[in-house]
Design a protein around this ligand. Structure first.
Ligand SMILES: NC(=O)c1ccc[n+]([C@@H]2O[C@H](COP(=O)([O-])OP(=O)(O)OC[C@H]3O[C@@H](n4cnc5c(N)ncnc54)[C@H](O)[C@@H]3O)[C@@H](O)[C@H]2O)c1
Ligand SMILES: O=C(O)CC[C@@H](O)C(=O)O
Length: 527
């Protein structure tokens, strides 16, 4: 079998792959996209970091490819849906670079406070500018951490060592769990108002894109320092530029950018911005960790069929996988839906399997798929079929599973009830014709809708003209509705409307729909 390594990988990982007599390993880090589309035809495995773009076109040419393996976490450069459609397993190595990235954040924090990069540059230019580069102590200052997952909590630990006061905001981890880390749990606005330093450690999701925007900067202390060693775009780049110009932000440290490498990014011209070229994970130790992990995972899969850390397939036997496949999609989509409509930190998840689906020998992969669906909108690429139950456990989520063999209205049904710190909801779905995923219930409302694309969920009072008004409002913004399904609870005179639109609906349009008469709740969903 042939393995192509198309990005720079630590030598130890390449040696590990080469030590297997059944594997022929080629390293080529200079392929163009067109060359990769041609070359990929011969390979069984593709090992990448973040540079290789594994597009639909690459995957369509991948006649024998079985696995795309990422040394690192982020899979922004892989078309996972296209890989799934072609039965190609996509895996990553989510553990190996946590400490390294947290240390980089602390290095950036210190460099920012003491103007080290600027002072170095000035000295190299033959100057001695002692006054110009007077800095700030971090001792006793407040560090606000947004997203206190694996990296965020190591940053907190190291910052406490520097005797900083650490506060954190993470809507998906209960305050008790945050407080247990010796970190004060606060709301988003409180963090913005109190922090002297703000660092983001969330994944890039719909919710975190532009999380630190104009509004957020307006709520910060004057003189705040802002750090982003997570993903470009969590801190809006134009708004950051403006906030620096207005004197709100005293300095920013950026390891990641919306466009990498950045082209003519005005932030890089500002003295108050220090930057590194996505070096968060770049230490000998982390690169060794992820290279060895990725090599082990590829060997295990190619030689023994054992899947680890896959984001698109559970670790089960191929035959069982074929039978469960459509149910896995249903379970994951329903999980994603219930998470998107239920704000707050999940506390309890109950999954009920009804009818034909109960004949599956083992329902655990389906429950894991539900968990993956629930956790992915919160954690992005970090969640896979292996670690989803671990993440759920770490977050203190109670998960229960039950079965009922007798089906009522549907031959098979998966229902998920989720309770969070703020709300609770129940959703249910079925497979039509054994493979078409359909949503059939949200709480007391019965529907029949395909679960895909850009969706808008609207709760309204059942009165003539409301649906027309919603359609007109979207039409005014040139948004085409490609599907509409209405569920009713007659006795309460309430409707639920699920729309699919050809293009995503912006937050401003959502607010306009919400302002219409008889409309109570409007939620934007991506499935
Ligand atoms: N710079 C680098 O080279 C580098 C290296 C590794 C990881 N990363 C990035 O660092 C980030 C964090 O990675 P991790 O391993 O700690 O992930 P993680 O999944 O362990 O933690 C992410 C945390 O963010 C929280 N979160 C999600 N949405 C949020 C929101 N709207 N507001 C506040 N918190 C929210 C989650 O609940 C979770 O606790 C990711 O974006 C990852 O891609 C960057
Ligand atoms: O491979 C890299 O250097 C990027 C690392 C990091 O952003 C990741 O997603 O793991």
């Amino acid at each position: 079998m042939k393995v192509l390594v198309s990005d720079t990988l630590a030598e130890s990982g390449i040696e590990k792959l080469r030590a297997i007599p059944d594997l022929e390993v080629e390293v080529n880090t200079s392929l163009t996209h067109e060359e990769l589309c041609q070359a990929i035809k011969e390979y069984d495995a593709l090992v990448i970091r973040s540079a290789t773009k594994v597009t639909r076109e690459v995957l369509e040419n991948a006649d024998r490819l079985k696995v795309v393996a990422r040394a690192g976490i982020g899979l922004d450069n892989v078309d996972i849906d296209a890989a799934t459609k072609r039965g190609i397993v996509v895996m990553n190595t989510p553990e190996g670079n946590v400490i390294t990235t947290a240390e980089h954040t602390i290095a950036m924090l210190m460099a920012l406070s003491r103007n080290i990069p600027q002072a170095t540059q000035s000295m190299k230019a033959g100057k001695w500018e002692k006054k110009k580069f007077r800095g700030k102590e971090v001792f006793n200052k407040t560090l606000g951490i947004i997203g206190i997952g694996r990296i965020g909590r190591v940053v907190a630990d190291r910052a406490k060592g520097l005797k900083m006061n650490v506060i954190a905001f993470d809507p998906y981890i209960g305050p008790e769990a945050i407080n247990k880390l010796g970190v004060e749990a606060v709301t988003f606005d409180e963090l913005l108002a109190r922090a002297d330093y703000i660092t983001v450690h969330t994944p890039m999701t719909q919710e975190t894109r532009d999380l630190i925007n104009k509004d957020a900067f307006q709520k910060m202390k004057r003189g705040v320092f802002v750090l982003n060693c997570a993903r470009g775009g969590i801190v809006n780049e134009q708004d950051l530029y403006q906030a620096i110009e207005e004197g709100i932000v005293a300095g920013a440290a950026l390891d990641v950018f919306v466009e990498e490498p950045p082209k003519d990014n005005p932030l890089l011209a500002l003295d108050k911005v220090i930057s590194t070229p996505h070096l968060g994970a770049s230490t000998d130790e982390a690169q060794e960790n992820v290279a060895l992990a990725v090599a082990d995972q590829v060997i295990d899969y190619l030689l023994h069929g054992t899947i680890r850390n896959a984001v698109n397939a559970p670790a089960i036997d191929g035959e069982v996988l074929a039978t469960l496949w459509p149910y896995l999609q249903l379970a994951e989509k329903l999980g994603s839906l219930v998470q998107q409509i239920t704000p707050g930190a999940p506390e309890e998840i109950s999954v009920e399997y009804v009818g034909e689906v109960c004949s599956a020998k083992d329902l655990k992969p389906l429950t894991i798929s539900v968990l993956k669906g629930i956790l992915t909108p919160m954690l992005g690429d970090q969640v896979n079929f292996v670690n989803a139950p671990v993440h759920a456990k770490e977050r203190g989520i109670r998960v229960t599973e039950s079965t009922r063999e007798e089906a009522e209205d549907f031959t098979n049904l998966i229902s998920i009830y989720m309770k969070t710190s703020k709300d609770e909801n129940l959703v249910a779905g079925t497979l039509f014709g054994k493979k078409d995923v359909r949503l059939v219930r949200i709480n007391d409302f019965r529907l029949e809708a395909a679960l895909e694309g850009h969706l808008v969920l609207i709760y309204n009072i059942d009165t003539p003209g409301t649906i027309g008004a919603i359609g007109t409002c979207l039409g005014r913004h040139d948004i085409n509705i490609s599907m509409m399904d209405v569920g009713q609870v007659l006795e309460r005179g309430q409707n639920i409307i699920l729309l699919r639109t050809d293009t995503p609906v912006t937050d401003n349009v959502i607010q306009e729909v919400l302002a219409l008469e008889n409309v109570n709740i409007v939620q934007k969903l991506e499935l």
